[in-house]
Design a protein around this ligand. Structure first.
Ligand code: ADP
Ligand code: MG
Length: 250
């Protein structure tokens, strides 16, 4: 896609935020959710975003995922100034490069797993046969082979989140944005989802940015960025991750 592939930006980080602010509302009701965020994320990273409720984590995720635009500052994705794009150009970038997973799964009810996962491909002009095959592959990749024709109501929470992850990766995105993906799951199901996300990062090279409140889940990431009051308070790299530990022989 031309908008995302200018020649001069091969060495740019995948994601670069510079002095990014976000103000919601106007006048006396205006609220500054982000107050000048600087953040670089390289291709292939697995980053956990932590911080108190209301610190701007979801706001930052929405900006990074091109769902919204900054009030001021610069957001460069592969060197492209996203803040300067028109709404439809931003939407194209979003559909081409980003997959989203949310705490509440956000699946269509009374719609099968297969159909939920095919949905993002409708925008791509893929044929029905291509959509079907790609969705089946994505469901297989998240361990749901055989569950294609079940609706969300017939699936457990962990299975529903797997469908949501399949829907997020069916377009082969560069970036997976997960906003508290295990927030509605018990510990065992949370660990399974984290193992899955870590595997997608490791084996497919998908850049993962994940908001979580739980240190046990953040431990799967190699880097933890902490937001407080709309700014990045700390940014730490880990040599060892929970996923790596799980792979080592006992
Ligand atoms: N659409 C919105 N309109 C007005 N205020 C908002 C909106 N979205 C978020 N906020 C406010 O911005 C602040 C940051 O929100 P958010 O990014 O959702 O925080 P977090 O995800 O860290 O809990 C909060 O005080 C929240 O109430
Ligand atoms: Mg949030």
């Amino acid at each position: 896609m031309s908008v995302a592939a200018p020649a001069a930006t091969a060495d740019a980080p995948l994601i670069r935020l510079r002095g990014v602010t976000k103000v919601y509302g106007e006048g006396a009701l205006a609220f500054q959710a982000l107050r000048g965020v600087d953040l670089d994320i390289a291709r292939g990273e697995f980053v956990a975003i932590m911080g108190p409720s209301g610190s701007g984590k979801s706001t930052a995720m929405n900006l990074i995922g091109c769902l919204d635009r900054p009030s001021a500052g610069a957001y460069l994705f592969q060197g492209v100034h996203v803040e300067a794009l028109a709404r439809d150009e931003r939407a194209r970038l979003r559909r081409r490069f980003f997959g989203f997973v949310f705490q509440g799964f956000n699946l269509l009810a009374r719609t099968t797993a297969q159909e939920n996962v095919e949905l993002p491909l409708l925008y791509r002009g893929a044929s029905a046969a291509e959509r079907h095959a790609a969705a089946a592959r994505a469901l297989d990749a998240v361990g749901l082979k055989g569950w294609e024709h079940h609706t969300p109501g017939e699936l457990s929470g962990g299975q529903q989140q797997r469908v949501a992850i399949a829907r997020a990766i069916v377009t082969e995105p560069a970036v997976l944005l997960a906003d508290e993906p295990t927030g509605n799951l018990d510990t065992q199901r949370s660990v399974e989802i984290m193992e899955l996300i870590a595997r997608l990062n490791r084996e497919r090279g998908i850049t993962v940015i994940m908001v979580t409140h739980e240190p046990d889940m953040a431990a799967y990431a190699r880097r933890v960025v902490r937001f407080v009051d709309g700014v990045v308070e700390s940014d730490r790299h880990h040599a060892h991750t929970a996923a790596a530990a799980a792979q080592e022989p006992a």
